[in-house]
Design a protein around this ligand. Structure first.
Ligand code: FES
Ligand code: FES
Length: 162
């Protein structure tokens, strides 16, 4: 039995320490927000935050996550227990820009955006593209995603109305 610090609370998990965090979250904890895409570290759909840094949960064993604080989109923003102002604004900006189609990439994109804007509130386009380079989208052509991030960055990550 391990204890996972997830979205501001402690969760007891029985999965083996070698189990990918993605599977622990989805299959044991029931948090379906990280998406199983390639499961090979190539698409970013499974992105979660570990101590505020984006990580690929399909490649991260549970045993390497238990010492940190894991954040998923399910726990952050409007409906989650982690009522983070920036995450709420990221959600709103993605919705306004029409940056979501099938949604497979979206939670990973949002968490990567959160991490970017936390470090660089006025991120440039180059910083945005670099931050999202590991997150693939097969639907949107990236334009609207980059627009959503640019809207936030232009206002120092959030002077738009939520
Ligand atoms: S599912 Fe993890 S990188 Fe694709
Ligand atoms: S919205 Fe479908 S993969 Fe990005």
């Amino acid at each position: 039995m391990s204890t996972l610090r997830l979205n501001g609370r402690e969760v007891a998990v029985a999965s083996a320490p070698t189990t990918p965090l993605l599977d622990v979250l989805r299959e044991e904890v029931g948090d379906l927000s990280p998406k199983p895409g390639c499961r090979e570290g190539r698409c970013g759909a499974c992105t979660v935050l570990l101590d505020g840094e984006p990580v690929l949960s399909c490649l991260l064993p549970l045993g390497r996550a238990v010492d940190g604080e894991v954040t998923t989109v399910a726990g952050a923003g409007v409906e989650g227990p982690v009522q983070d102002e920036l995450t709420v604004r990221v959600q709103a900006a993605f919705a306004r820009a029409g940056a979501v189609q099938c949604g497979i990439c979206t939670t990973g994109m949002m968490l990567a955006t959160w991490a970017l804007l936390t470090e660089h509130p006025q991120a440039t386009k180059e910083q945005t593209l670099e931050a999202l380079v590991n997150n693939l989208c097969r639907c949107t052509g990236y334009q609207k995603i980059v627009e959503a991030v640019a809207t936030l960055a232009a206002s120092g990550s959030g002077e738009i109305d939520g």
